[in-house]
Design a protein around this ligand. Sequence first.
Ligand SMILES: *Cc1c(COP(=O)(O)O)cnc(C)c1O
Length: 379
Amino acid sequence: MIYLDYASTAPIDARVAAKMFHFLTKAGAFGNPSSQHGFGKPARLAVEAARREVASLFNAKPECLIWTSGATESNNLAIKGVAEFYQRRGRHIITSQTEHRSVLDVCTYLMQRGFEVTFLKPTGEGIIEPEMVQNAFRDDTILVSLMHVNNEIGVIQDIQKIAQLTRERGILFHVDAVQSTGKLHIDLTKWPIDLMSFSAHKLYGPKGIGALYVCDNPKARLSPLFHGSGQEQNLRSGTLPTHQIVGMGEAYRIAKEEMPLELTRLQSLQNLFWEQLRDLPGVYLNGHPTQRVPTVLNLRFENIEKEHLMQDLESLAFSTSAACTAGNHLETSHVLRAMGLHNELAYRSYRFSFGRDTTEAEINQAVLLIQQSHRERRK
Ligand SMILES: *Cc1c(COP(=O)(O)O)cnc(C)c1O
């Protein structure tokens, strides 16, 4: 099996796993980071060191990071938290039709509770233009929530420009940065973004840990989802999972250190893949051709039956639509449909994503299988 599904999840880097282990058993720092005795202290120090490592990847103040269980929770905390806290100021939220389900479904939930949501429709190439956001502003808009890089098509949104527009209007801006961390430069000391969601497992860290950046100047206010012992500035109660946090810290430290070289390598692997496929009749790239990260390609095979292609590519692990909705064959990608793609063509679209352990040999093997299938099955 060749793994080409890094946008769904990535294996934990061996260096990360090794570091995590030290915080699990009685031989290591297993204590509760909140405990005042000698077992709490080393755990607390490790948690704070990890907070600095994670914050440093996007140049944020460590004290602005709140640990969560992953980006689904970060997105819920950001959007529900702002909606509840600011509801007397206004009840209008702007997002897009191409967001992750953990944003879309929160917005739908809020609509049932009396909020109004504008779902912006992207261009045919999956772009949300800053003007679209500006044109949707209302006097009662309290929040804009958009992703930096789309998980299905790899397209990059101009969040820096959109942040300037929201800041000028005094509207809070939340960004889901799960697919851009470690792939794009982000500078939160310069970009006027109020809230940003992160996940460890898309960047070679453990599943079940993430973070929410909450800007402190001007201070973004949130109502918490969980009530309890008051950890994380009262925004996220619950005993801190030291091993998970340490794993996320180490994963982000490695990403920062190795990002420049790794991205160059991944770009050339992606080129190697696409250059060998792009001239096949009926094969197209979904999404903007250049405004994209070097790790995700969403391809459309217009004249091969899905069943045939899936059979021929059995030894490749890739995604037929967002992983969370996979298994439901009739439901095609909401992202591709929002871009105006016909249901039948969305159905024949596939996401290939590349990562740290992808090799040139794997790319060539994948290309070979696709070319073979195309030759034999094409109608
Ligand atoms: C994977 C993903 C999420 C969900 O993250 P979890 O940590 O798995 O909850 C949210 N947004 C995007 C863009 C993602 O790719």
